[in-house]
Design a protein around this ligand. Sequence first.
Ligand SMILES: [Zn+2]
Length: 285
Amino acid sequence: MDVSALEAGHLNIRLDLIAAGDQPNEPIVCPSLAFFLRHSKSDKRVVFDLGIHKNIKEFAPAATEQFLPDVKQTVAESLESGGVPPSSVDLVVLSHLHWDHVGDPSPFTTAEFVLGEGSKKALSLEPGFSLNPAFFSSIRVPEDRLRFITASDLNVAIGPYPRAMDFFGDGSMYIVDAPGHVDGHINILARTSADGAWILLGADSAHHPDLITGNMQVAYRVDTDTGAVTCIHDYKEVAEENIRRIKLLLEFPRVQALVAHDVVWYEENKGKEVFLPHKIPPLVQ
Ligand SMILES: [Zn+2]
């Protein structure tokens, strides 16, 4: 798989929402990265996540107030400027349905949309309504072109992941069950060279690379009255186990991992030749 990064908008995230312990109050401006993948054998075109909608304010007012999104370039614009018309994309894989990953599905007029089966829960919500308006928008995905990855599809193990789907059947792109963040959260593990380099596209498995190394721990708050735990992940312990899997994955040679809001990678790489039409180079060692 050839893998390219796509600019897809930014949002402000407070570090104390994502990392435990004393964190600065100042929010950090994070990307909401999306990716273009090309299956070199068949030329199939895949987009992973759609970032933020240009008019997100109309669709997710509560999220807009809290996270101050800013979209200079949408996924569709990033594709166009890289020479890929959105109408030519075969497959749009969405890690989950949070507002900063659904973007604007409308330019993808012929693509099949792929979601984890657990996302059905969020889809059943009425337009404009959600369990948590800070995290969901009223943007709809085309339900007539929607495929759900079911438990029986996730029938192979790869690296540290016990549940994955060999999407093209040739070991080039796996959809992996990456549980914990929300129901149905999926990632892509792609083979980026014939001699064994890989990339994990981790979406919201973690919100900062230091959470993967263990330099940061997942944040949570306990309500002193009710004892209820609030966390950016719906299932904190499951999310932590998923993060440990990424750490294990990175112990394999020539594997890199990129989460959607990886501010460290972004600050090092913005404007560089890793965005479409260029490719993220496979690791050489
Ligand atoms: Zn999310």
